[in-house]
Design a protein around this ligand. Structure first.
Ligand code: PHE
Length: 453
């Protein structure tokens, strides 16, 4: 055991894990996807479901993932083989690798849009433009063929380079300083947004629940987004858990990561919705919501030029620190289980992801008429991963920890062999054994129309 621990890279400090795990969680999910789907599903009521799922399901699943990874000291696939030898639980690991592919494909499409926005901010292209003009600019860009693909490939290459550099030198170093800086900028955006004329309506949209607007699909999406935003259900945090030192406190880390992630999402919402109403943008606009709203807010801020430039650069970095954690799932699997070198594994994974990624990008242009189940490739990938693969992965993880894996063993891991007192433990047991699996199953069945309330 000691030998195995020595061989494996670990995050160097408490802040290191926190930065890396928060770096994974905080990304486009918070700033791009959270406002966009909150708008689509009607605001406040969606938000309430989302927050409830974070606390009652996300947190126990996160702790389960950390404990599985740290106990087993392996990638997601290998961890289940280690903890449940001779069983089929490693399927969670395989689903995770599949989910990583699907997510990275569409994630890199959105990252490409952010890269373009860094460029546009740099060239001052948003100055004095109305919301309608920015809308035209955005839609004109995403429907092109080559430019978005070039940005996308650049994003994937950067992701791959950091992953090749390895856990400590790569992941940890980049997350440490930049995430706090992003937080500061979002707060500045909030201050401007809530002082816009018409801001009140936006805040009401976000915080006043109207339950008549919530649909079974909306509830399923709130659950799916809780998983997506916290990076759960596909082994990312199992993999990161395996890099956490034995003396670190898993419960505190899980609480801090979830809290940071939720706060950033809420602050992003507080910036976006007042502006949506102030500029007369339709809250159900969809994927483009923040791309149309944000430049408008920057236009109203003194020093908006430099502000927007730094903001989009930070957002690009937030996307990178999430993307590396997604790619790491595939690379850890290929290198530890199939014995590829780290470099070969990364190149193989990134280049195959790029193929799917290009399809996602083209689904806003060349391939926009190509629909499967009524949606384009981009949305198909997003829905499949967020609303099905991740919650299903989460369901299996809770069943594994709640019912299959020995309780005394998981308690030992959570309490660092009994050396720390964990008041959350009894709640964790109930949530992971009963509440979370049952709730996920009900939301699934409800979302698919199998049951009705
Ligand atoms: N949580 C990341 C975000 O919010 C995305 C992500 C999903 C990362 C799944 C890892 C695993 O942007």
């Amino acid at each position: 055991m000691a030998k195995k621990l020595l061989k494996r890279e670990h995050f160097t400090s408490k802040f290191g894990i926190l930065a890396a795990a928060a770096g994974s969680a905080i990304g486009l999910g918070n700033v791009w996807k959270f406002p966009y789907i909150t708008g689509v599903y009607g605001g406040g009521a969606f938000l309430l479901f989302y927050l409830f799922f974070i606390i009652a399901i996300g947190l126990p699943v996160m702790l389960s993932e950390f404990l599985i990874g740290r106990k087993a000291q392996k990638n997601a696939f290998g961890s289940f083989k280690e903890l449940a030898p001779g069983s089929k639980w490693y399927i969670i690991g395989i689903m995770g690798v599949a989910a990583a592919y699907v997510i990275l494909a569409f994630y890199s499409t959105v990252a490409a849009w952010i890269f373009e926005y860094v460029y546009l901010a740099f060239t001052n292209a948003f100055e004095a433009k109305s919301a309608a003009e920015i809308n035209t600019l955005f839609n004109g860009f995403i429907s092109q063929t080559y430019k978005p693909i070039i940005w996308q490939l650049l994003f994937l290459v950067l992701t791959a380079l950091i992953v090749i550099a390895g856990v400590k030198k790569g992941i940890e170093k980049y997350s440490k300083i930049l995430m706090p800086l992003l937080l500061v900028l979002i707060i500045a955006l909030d201050i401007r947004a809530i002082t816009l004329p018409g801001a009140k309506e936006g805040l009401e949209f976000l915080f006043k629940p109207d339950f008549s607007k919530i649909s079974p699909e909306g509830i399923l999406s709130a659950l799916g987004h809780a998983f997506f935003s916290l990076s759960l259900g596909m082994g990312t945090l199992v993999t990161y858990g395996s890099y956490i030192k034995k003396q670190d406190n898993l419960v505190n880390t899980a609480i801090q990561v979830s809290a940071a992630d939720t706060i950033i999402a809420l602050l992003a919402g507080i910036a976006i919705f007042p502006a949506v109403f102030a500029f007369n943008i339709d809250p159900t606009e969809g994927e483009g919501l923040i791309f149309i709203t944000l430049p408008g807010i920057f236009n109203q801020i003194p020093g908006g030029y430099i502000f927007s430039l730094i903001f989009f650069i930070l957002l690009a970095i937030a996307a990178l620190t999430s993307a590396i954690s997604i790619l790491e799932v595939v690379v850890a699997f290929l290198s530890e289980e199939l014995k590829f070198s780290r470099k070969k594994a990364t190149i193989l994974a990134t280049s195959t992801v790029a193929v799917f990624g290009i399809l996602c990008t083209l689904s806003f242009g060349e391939l926009s008429d190509f629909k499967i189940l009524g949606v384009n490739v981009f949305n198909l990938f997003d829905n499949t991963a967020s609303n099905y693969l991740l919650p299903l992965g989460g369901l299996l993880i809770t069943v594994f920890i709640g019912w299959v894996y020995k309780k005394s063993e998981s308690n030992k891991e959570i309490t660092n062999d009994g050396s720390i007192k964990v008041r959350y433990l009894p709640y964790f047991r109930i949530l992971v054994k009963f509440f979370a699996p049952i709730a996920i199953a009900i939301v699934f069945a409800h979302g698919l129309g199998l049951i009705k309330f």
